[in-house]
Design a protein around this ligand. Structure first.
Ligand SMILES: *[C@@H]1O[C@H](CO)[C@@H](O)[C@H](O)[C@H]1NC(C)=O
Ligand SMILES: *[C@@H]1O[C@H](CO)[C@@H](O)[C@H](O)[C@H]1NC(C)=O
Ligand SMILES: *[C@@H]1O[C@H](CO)[C@@H](O)[C@H](O)[C@H]1NC(C)=O
Ligand SMILES: *[C@@H]1O[C@H](CO)[C@@H](O)[C@H](O)[C@H]1NC(C)=O
Ligand SMILES: *[C@@H]1O[C@H](CO)[C@@H](O)[C@H](O)[C@H]1NC(C)=O
Ligand SMILES: *[C@@H]1O[C@H](CO)[C@@H](O)[C@H](O)[C@H]1NC(C)=O
Length: 416
């Protein structure tokens, strides 16, 4: 029996079985393969906890807990304080590990200051230990976007972020013991060093993290110069340097070259795609119905995506944002782009880019082009995970799938 309690007396009582452990006995998930996904509590009305196909996951991660300006305080939205216990209980009933993710794109404002000093690291560690006990968690996922970098725009940032993050994780690992899952959602290049370059050596992180999930998505979208694959598997075959902005292949290579072992890497995979507006003159190859994967799009149009798309609103930094144009896989089916078996509907132009292993769809009336993932591209990603002996996959987000089409495809390609 493993006790998370950091004071001796309680630990002794736990060890001797005098009182029940504040945390459940654990076995690590890290023997693999890992099948996991993030569950967005803020979509619980459309995708309730009851919908989770527990037998298809080894762990699940609730998004998000929010680190605050005070390192001792991690905030949960009122709804999350109700849902998280239900989520953890259901996971445990099904023998699935339950983690809580901290941060995210808008929730990474205070990571930098929370790990900046020895006192703050200890306060942050204690806050996490208390949270893990309170909610009976099997692990914590760190979604810091990003150490040493500006993400959303107003996050605290320091050249010492990556070094401080490691010191903090070392302290936290000490506090929680070996079997507690500590994971991180990371960019396609290693954490920034003090000069702002990808760190040459991240092997220290592999000693304290159970595994990382490489967020190989949002590589191209309305925020890039041209359109392109949301989540390319490969980019070495793309024709121009500008088309090589990151891929599963290059990301795994970058992390392993910096000393992070393949067997501790899971591939982050998206159950959503991005859309842009492309005039027909730029959408097709030479008057055929073949779609151009790296099309020039009309950046002055900001068409909405599906119901879950970010609305036009002022963000956490006080900046007005346009629609993101994001479509979840379920919405592509419900909106008629795809049939219920996830194949392109009649009248929709469709091209599968074999270099990046990415499907594209286009409606010439609305001029909307979407780069997304389907069963075929998820199977290719699963094959890649298997061939390169990665630890597994992590999908953003669980509720984005339709009838488990994506989940079933990647699981079967990996050999679950
Ligand atoms: C930070 O939060 C802790 C716990 O709630 C509290 O005791 C402390 O006073 C807070 N510190 C500041 C600077 O607000
Ligand atoms: C440490 O945390 C406190 C609040 O908990 C914050 O006010 C302070 O700025 C942090 N220290 C650094 C160096 O960021
Ligand atoms: C970074 O760490 C170094 C060495 O500990 C320290 O001297 C420096 O002040 C820190 N820089 C910032 C911006 O916190
Ligand atoms: C389009 O035309 C160019 C130049 O004639 C040719 O190089 C290219 O292969 C053609 N592309 C397709 C998809 O037919
Ligand atoms: C881009 O969209 C704007 C707004 O709808 C339109 O006025 C403009 O003509 C479009 N540009 C192209 C090249 O289609
Ligand atoms: C393309 O969009 C138009 C306008 O929304 C819609 O009426 C049409 O059905 C769509 N085409 C297909 C093939 O779905």
């Amino acid at each position: 029996m493993h006790c998370l309690a950091d004071y001796l007396l309680l630990s002794l009582l736990c060890l001797t079985g005098v009182i029940a452990s504040p945390v459940r006995p654990r076995t690590p998930e890290t023997n693999g393969p890992v099948a996991t996904a993030w569950y967005a509590g803020y979509h619980a009305i459309d995708y309730p906890i009851e919908n989770i196909p527990w037998d298809k996951y080894t762990s699940v991660t609730y998004a998000f807990g929010l680190p605050s300006k005070n390192a001792s305080v991690i905030n949960l939205a009122p709804l999350d304080t109700l849902l998280l216990p239900q989520f953890v209980e259901a996971a445990h009933k099904n023998n699935v590990k339950a983690k809580l993710s901290l941060g995210g794109w808008t929730g990474s404002l205070w990571y930098s200051t929370n790990v900046a000093t020895a006192d703050n690291r200890t306060a942050f560690t204690n806050a996490i230990v208390a949270l893990a006990e309170q909610y009976q968690l099997d692990g914590i996922d760190f979604d810091w976007e990003y150490p040493g970098k500006v993400g959303v725009g107003c996050n605290a940032v320091s050249p010492n972020d990556t070094a401080n993050f490691l010191l903090f994780l070392q302290e936290l690992r000490q506090a929680v013991g070996q079997d507690f899952l500590l994971t991180a959602a990371v960019a396609t290049i290693p954490f920034s060093d003090s000069e702002g370059n990808p760190s040459a050596d991240v092997s220290g992180f592999a000693e304290v993290l159970s595994y990382i999930a490489i967020m190989n998505y949002d590589i191209f979208g309305p925020f890039t110069l041209t359109f392109g694959p949301n989540a390319p598997l490969k980019d070495s075959c793309a024709s121009a340097a500008a088309q090589k902005q990151g891929s599963a292949t290059s990301a795994v290579s970058a992390w392993t070259t910096a000393g992070f072992p393949t067997k501790q890497i899971v591939l982050g995979v998206p159950a959503y795609g991005h859309s842009v507006t492309v005039p027909p003159s730029a959408a097709y190859c030479n008057g055929t119905h073949e779609l151009v994967p790296y099309a020039l799009f009309n950046a002055s149009v900001h068409a909405p995506g599906d119901k879950w798309d970010n609305p036009t609103a002022v963000d956490v930094c006080g900046v007005q944002q346009n629609f993101g144009g994001t479509f979840d896989f379920w919405a592509l089916v419900e909106d008629g782009w795809l049939t219920s078996d996830g194949k392109p509907a009649e009248g929709i132009d469709y091209t599968y880019d074999s270099c990046s292993q990415t499907p594209f769809i286009y409606n010439s009336t609305t001029q909307l082009m979407i780069s997304y993932d389907d069963a075929q591209s998820f199977a290719a990603k699963g094959q890649f995970i298997k061939e390169n002996e990665l630890l597994g996959f992590s999908m953003w987000e669980m509720g984005g799938d339709y009838n488990d089409i994506l989940l079933n495809s990647i699981r079967s390609a990996i050999g679950f």
